[in-house]
Design a protein around this ligand. Structure first.
Ligand code: SAM
Ligand code: SF4
Length: 266
């Protein structure tokens, strides 16, 4: 389906949880995170119904994200249920990879094609600081497992402050080159201030070519990360919520005062 600005909307990002096993400084507060009540979170059947409706309207690319998708109970079953829907040409997941070592094989068997993994530094101490406690070795184990399982091409999301020549980004780029991984630099964004820019090496942040819809874990379809507009699937039904989101997708993003990366889905 095309929106008012003639953009072909063919990409759905599904946030399956607002929970996370890390607390990255640019994404989540250290404590006092207001989490969704379990009954607010969409069931697997609701997510599958919405995905089917989106595919009927032209979606061909689906990404599972969060929060951290690998902390949602039964995630392999959900990945399989979505993977069995006809019409998905590109099926991926964004993960922090902390639990990927354990899950990579089953994800691949469940039909997932590839993964994007977040990694901003090669320094274990710095990783611990950025993620407030994460163990970088688990990420490396996860990457190795993803390669072995064939979840490729593997893209590394590297958040930068200013540019891709920062020492941490240069080291991550070197690691990627040595290990056959693709790097995408994402400049740190501020949803409230409306600070965002084009993802270097990726497709995000370019309003003129934006092809995305987002589904939050509690069933809101959002046509733009940098806008508060959303349509609730439980209130409106999947078809109508999708039509409204596409019909009212803003020409460009501005600010988002009601959500954060971890609960909208980055
Ligand atoms: N937990 C998973 C992960 O970290 O890969 C998936 C969800 S996370 C919200 C998705 C992506 O959003 C990550 O690559 C993360 O680095 C990015 N992200 C989170 N907060 C950000 C911010 N303020 N600016 C830019 N990117 C951000
Ligand atoms: Fe969790 Fe991903 Fe946000 Fe980090 S960026 S706190 S791993 S959701």
């Amino acid at each position: 389906m095309f929106d008012k600005f003639n953009r072909k909307i063919n990409y759905l990002r599904i946030s399956v949880t607002d929970r996370c096993n890390l607390r990255c400084v640019y994404c989540m507060p250290e404590e006092g995170v207001e989490l969704l009540d379990h009954k607010e979170i969409l069931t697997f059947d609701e997510i599958v119904d919405l995905t089917k409706a989106a595919i009927r309207k032209g979606v061909e690319k689906v990404r599972i994200t969060g929060g951290e998708p690998l902390v949602r109970n039964g995630i392999i079953d959900l990945v399989k249920m979505i993977g069995e829907i006809d019409g998905i040409k590109d099926y991926s997941m964004t993960t922090n990879a902390i639990r990927l070592d354990k899950f990579a094989d089953d994800l691949a068997k469940a039909g997932l094609q590839r993964v994007n993994i977040s990694l901003d530094t090669m320094n274990p101490e710095k990783f611990k600081q950025i993620t407030r406690g994460g163990d970088i070795q688990k990420v490396f184990d996860g990457i190795r497992a993803a390669k072995k399982a064939g979840l490729e091409p593997i893209k590394i999301n590297c958040v930068i402050k200013d540019d891709n020549q920062e020492p941490d980004a240069v080291e991550v780029a070197k690691y990627c080159k040595e290990n056959g991984l693709h790097i995408r630099y994402i400049k740190e964004m501020d949803l409230e201030k409306g600070e965002f820019s084009i993802v270097d090496g990726g497709t995000g942040g370019d309003c003129g070519t934006c092809n995305r819809l987002r589904l939050t874990a509690n069933g809101n379809i959002k046509p733009c990360l940098f806008s508060d507009i959303s349509y609730n699937v439980r209130e409106l039904g999947a078809e109508r919520a999708i039509d409204l989101a596409i019909g009212n997708k803003p020409e460009t993003g501005h600010t988002n005062l009601t959500g954060k990366f971890y609960n909208i889905g980055g």
